[in-house]
Design a protein around this ligand. Structure first.
Ligand code: HEC
Length: 155
Protein backbone atom coordinates (compact mmCIF):
# COMPACT_ATOMS: atom_id res chain seq x y z
CA UNK A 1 0.00 0.00 0.00
CA UNK A 2 2.76 2.41 0.96
CA UNK A 3 4.53 1.77 -2.32
CA UNK A 4 1.38 2.28 -4.32
CA UNK A 5 0.72 5.58 -2.58
CA UNK A 6 4.26 6.66 -3.32
CA UNK A 7 3.70 5.99 -6.99
CA UNK A 8 0.50 7.98 -7.02
CA UNK A 9 2.30 10.95 -5.49
CA UNK A 10 5.26 10.61 -7.88
CA UNK A 11 3.06 10.42 -10.94
CA UNK A 12 1.37 13.62 -9.88
CA UNK A 13 4.70 15.31 -9.51
CA UNK A 14 5.85 14.33 -12.97
CA UNK A 15 2.56 15.13 -14.66
CA UNK A 16 2.51 18.66 -13.35
CA UNK A 17 5.09 21.38 -13.39
CA UNK A 18 6.29 21.43 -9.81
CA UNK A 19 6.14 25.20 -9.81
CA UNK A 20 2.50 25.25 -10.90
CA UNK A 21 1.23 24.70 -7.36
CA UNK A 22 -2.09 25.83 -6.09
CA UNK A 23 -1.95 29.34 -7.44
CA UNK A 24 -2.56 28.24 -11.00
CA UNK A 25 -5.53 26.05 -10.19
CA UNK A 26 -8.66 27.12 -11.92
CA UNK A 27 -11.29 28.22 -9.48
CA UNK A 28 -14.73 26.74 -9.77
CA UNK A 29 -17.79 28.46 -8.49
CA UNK A 30 -20.04 26.17 -6.57
CA UNK A 31 -22.22 26.81 -3.61
CA UNK A 32 -20.84 25.93 -0.17
CA UNK A 33 -21.30 22.37 1.00
CA UNK A 34 -22.74 21.11 4.16
CA UNK A 35 -20.02 19.55 6.26
CA UNK A 36 -19.62 16.02 5.03
CA UNK A 37 -18.88 13.10 7.33
CA UNK A 38 -18.92 10.55 4.52
CA UNK A 39 -15.29 11.03 3.65
CA UNK A 40 -14.15 9.31 6.85
CA UNK A 41 -16.20 6.15 6.55
CA UNK A 42 -14.07 3.05 6.09
CA UNK A 43 -14.81 1.67 2.70
CA UNK A 44 -15.73 -1.86 1.78
CA UNK A 45 -13.91 -1.75 -1.54
CA UNK A 46 -10.51 -0.13 -1.00
CA UNK A 47 -9.61 -0.40 -4.69
CA UNK A 48 -12.33 2.09 -5.48
CA UNK A 49 -10.89 4.75 -3.22
CA UNK A 50 -10.22 7.98 -5.03
CA UNK A 51 -6.68 9.35 -5.35
CA UNK A 52 -7.38 12.25 -3.00
CA UNK A 53 -8.49 9.90 -0.22
CA UNK A 54 -5.35 7.77 -0.70
CA UNK A 55 -3.12 10.84 -0.58
CA UNK A 56 -4.84 12.04 2.59
CA UNK A 57 -4.06 8.71 4.24
CA UNK A 58 -0.44 9.08 3.21
CA UNK A 59 -0.42 12.62 4.64
CA UNK A 60 -1.83 11.40 7.95
CA UNK A 61 0.81 8.63 8.13
CA UNK A 62 3.55 11.13 7.30
CA UNK A 63 2.28 13.60 9.89
CA UNK A 64 2.43 10.92 12.59
CA UNK A 65 6.08 10.27 11.70
CA UNK A 66 6.80 14.01 11.62
CA UNK A 67 5.20 14.43 15.03
CA UNK A 68 7.41 11.71 16.53
CA UNK A 69 10.52 13.31 15.08
CA UNK A 70 9.59 16.87 16.05
CA UNK A 71 8.86 15.74 19.60
CA UNK A 72 12.25 14.05 19.70
CA UNK A 73 13.86 17.30 18.51
CA UNK A 74 14.96 15.72 15.21
CA UNK A 75 15.04 17.76 12.01
CA UNK A 76 12.33 16.95 9.46
CA UNK A 77 12.78 17.81 5.80
CA UNK A 78 10.91 17.87 2.51
CA UNK A 79 12.95 15.01 1.02
CA UNK A 80 11.55 12.63 3.57
CA UNK A 81 8.14 14.32 3.74
CA UNK A 82 7.42 16.00 0.40
CA UNK A 83 4.39 18.18 -0.17
CA UNK A 84 1.58 15.98 -1.42
CA UNK A 85 -0.39 17.71 -4.16
CA UNK A 86 -3.77 16.30 -3.25
CA UNK A 87 -5.61 19.31 -4.69
CA UNK A 88 -4.67 18.19 -8.22
CA UNK A 89 -6.31 14.76 -8.04
CA UNK A 90 -9.81 13.36 -8.06
CA UNK A 91 -11.74 13.50 -4.77
CA UNK A 92 -14.51 11.11 -3.71
CA UNK A 93 -16.93 14.02 -3.81
CA UNK A 94 -16.19 16.47 -6.66
CA UNK A 95 -18.35 19.11 -4.95
CA UNK A 96 -15.48 19.87 -2.58
CA UNK A 97 -13.53 21.50 -5.41
CA UNK A 98 -14.61 25.03 -4.51
CA UNK A 99 -12.60 28.27 -4.33
CA UNK A 100 -12.39 27.99 -0.54
CA UNK A 101 -10.99 24.47 -0.84
CA UNK A 102 -8.22 25.67 -3.14
CA UNK A 103 -7.51 28.62 -0.86
CA UNK A 104 -7.22 26.22 2.10
CA UNK A 105 -4.91 24.02 0.03
CA UNK A 106 -2.75 27.06 -0.76
CA UNK A 107 -2.46 27.98 2.95
CA UNK A 108 -1.65 24.36 3.70
CA UNK A 109 1.08 24.37 1.07
CA UNK A 110 2.57 27.56 2.57
CA UNK A 111 2.57 26.02 6.04
CA UNK A 112 4.38 22.95 4.71
CA UNK A 113 7.02 25.11 3.04
CA UNK A 114 7.49 27.22 6.17
CA UNK A 115 7.83 24.14 8.38
CA UNK A 116 10.49 22.62 6.13
CA UNK A 117 12.54 25.80 5.88
CA UNK A 118 13.28 26.33 9.59
CA UNK A 119 15.85 24.68 11.87
CA UNK A 120 14.80 21.88 14.25
CA UNK A 121 14.38 24.23 17.22
CA UNK A 122 11.61 26.13 15.35
CA UNK A 123 9.87 23.12 13.89
CA UNK A 124 7.53 22.47 16.82
CA UNK A 125 5.86 25.81 16.28
CA UNK A 126 5.73 25.34 12.50
CA UNK A 127 4.45 21.77 12.78
CA UNK A 128 1.60 23.06 14.95
CA UNK A 129 0.74 25.68 12.31
CA UNK A 130 0.85 22.93 9.66
CA UNK A 131 -1.57 20.64 11.52
CA UNK A 132 -3.83 23.63 12.13
CA UNK A 133 -4.17 23.91 8.35
CA UNK A 134 -5.35 20.28 8.17
CA UNK A 135 -7.92 21.11 10.83
CA UNK A 136 -8.89 24.37 9.13
CA UNK A 137 -9.82 22.67 5.87
CA UNK A 138 -11.43 19.68 7.54
CA UNK A 139 -13.75 21.85 9.58
CA UNK A 140 -15.39 22.91 6.31
CA UNK A 141 -14.93 20.04 3.90
CA UNK A 142 -14.60 16.76 5.69
CA UNK A 143 -15.18 16.71 9.42
CA UNK A 144 -15.08 12.93 9.89
CA UNK A 145 -11.28 12.59 10.17
CA UNK A 146 -10.96 15.50 12.65
CA UNK A 147 -10.72 13.13 15.59
CA UNK A 148 -7.79 11.38 13.95
CA UNK A 149 -6.18 14.66 12.91
CA UNK A 150 -6.42 16.08 16.44
CA UNK A 151 -4.24 13.19 17.60
CA UNK A 152 -1.51 14.62 15.38
CA UNK A 153 -1.34 17.77 17.52
CA UNK A 154 1.82 17.92 19.67
CA UNK A 155 1.44 16.76 23.27
C1 HEC B 1 -7.67 21.88 1.52
C2 HEC B 1 -8.42 20.92 2.30
C3 HEC B 1 -7.74 19.83 3.08
C4 HEC B 1 -6.55 19.87 3.76
C5 HEC B 1 -5.56 21.03 3.90
C6 HEC B 1 -6.37 18.57 4.34
N1 HEC B 1 -7.42 17.76 4.03
FE1 HEC B 1 -7.65 15.82 4.57
N2 HEC B 1 -9.31 15.65 3.39
C7 HEC B 1 -9.86 16.69 2.66
C8 HEC B 1 -10.92 16.15 1.83
C9 HEC B 1 -11.78 16.93 0.86
C10 HEC B 1 -10.98 14.77 2.08
C11 HEC B 1 -11.85 13.72 1.41
C12 HEC B 1 -10.99 13.09 0.29
C13 HEC B 1 -11.69 12.03 -0.52
O1 HEC B 1 -12.47 11.26 0.02
O2 HEC B 1 -11.43 11.96 -1.75
C14 HEC B 1 -9.98 14.49 3.10
C15 HEC B 1 -9.76 13.24 3.67
C16 HEC B 1 -8.86 13.00 4.71
C17 HEC B 1 -8.75 11.76 5.45
C18 HEC B 1 -9.62 10.50 5.22
C19 HEC B 1 -9.01 9.70 4.08
C20 HEC B 1 -9.72 8.36 3.88
O3 HEC B 1 -9.28 7.37 4.46
O4 HEC B 1 -10.71 8.33 3.12
C21 HEC B 1 -7.74 11.91 6.36
C22 HEC B 1 -7.24 10.88 7.37
C23 HEC B 1 -7.21 13.25 6.18
N3 HEC B 1 -7.93 13.87 5.18
C24 HEC B 1 -6.16 13.77 6.92
C25 HEC B 1 -5.56 15.01 6.64
C26 HEC B 1 -4.33 15.47 7.27
C27 HEC B 1 -3.54 14.72 8.32
C28 HEC B 1 -4.07 16.71 6.74
C29 HEC B 1 -2.92 17.60 7.02
C30 HEC B 1 -1.57 17.03 7.03
C31 HEC B 1 -5.16 17.03 5.81
N4 HEC B 1 -6.03 15.97 5.78
C32 HEC B 1 -5.26 18.21 5.11
C33 HEC B 1 -9.48 18.01 2.71
C34 HEC B 1 -8.29 18.49 3.25
Amino acid sequence: MGIYLGLVACNQNTNHDSKAGVDSIKMESKSLLDTSEDCAKPTKYPNQDKPMALMMRQMADDAQKMKDKVEAGEQIDANEFPLIRFHLVEPTDPDVLQPQFYENARLFQQAHKAMMSVPANKQKEMYTAYINQCINCHQTYCSGPLKRIRKLVLN
